[in-house]
Design a protein around this ligand. Structure first.
Ligand code: 5GP
Length: 176
């Protein structure tokens, strides 16, 4: 499934190894506690599905959908909640699971939103960290990879809803 417009950045194998590593770390940190993993739709779905299967602890999942980009690729800075979690996060150990943190605006908004609901604890896990694009400081507790400031697709991440099914992560070439 190789697309000529996509340059591989992280292979399936590299991703798998990292997911196992992060999973071990999270399982160790949350041992004896009930974890609520909140996946941010849609991009984090595949990462979350793989990650929770590495967790040898009690874990439940919920989903939240926010829009910050629409179909364009430049962060608008405006974050809107499209779907909220179903579970009351009050008193829960919440782990927000993101595919990628870019400007940090989405996560910053989400953290404020969650904090106001008084969880027992609140942490962040992201597979990718596009640190050069950051405009707002955000705390990251579990991070897969630092990546360059390029538009990436695959392993759940899209460009106009395409490429989410790629098993690897690649840079979309000739992208404007
Ligand atoms: P931020 O608010 O940090 O700028 O953007 C976070 C969201 O923007 C991510 O959860 C993701 O949905 C989207 N995003 C940022 N960079 C990329 C990228 O390189 N590729 C894709 N597919 N989505 C991105």
């Amino acid at each position: 499934m190789l697309d000529p417009n996509i340059e591989i950045l992280l292979t399936e194998e590299q991703i798998r190894e990292k997911v196992v590593e992060i999973g071990r770390e999270i399982a160790r940190d949350y041992e004896g506690r009930e974890l609520l993993a909140v996946a941010i739709l849609k991009g984090a779905v595949i990462f979350t599905a793989d990650l929770i299967r590495e967790l040898d602890i009690s874990v439940s999942i919920d989903f939240m959908a926010v829009s910050s980009y629409g179909s364009s690729t430049v962060s608008s800075g405006v974050v809107e909640i499209i779907k909220d979690v179903d579970i009351d996060v009050g008193g829960k150990h919440v782990l927000v699971v993101e595919d990628i943190i870019d400007t940090g605006l989405t996560l910053d908004y989400l953290l404020t939103h969650f904090r106001s609901r008084k969880p027992a604890s609140l942490r962040v896990c992201t597979l990718l960290d596009k640190w050069e694009a950051r405009t707002v400081e955000v705390p990251i507790d579990y991070r897969g990879f630092f990546i360059p400031n390029e538009y990436v697709v695959g392993y759940g991440m899209d460009c106009d809803q395409k490429f989410r099914n790629l098993p690897y992560i690649g840079i979309l070439k000739d992208f404007v």
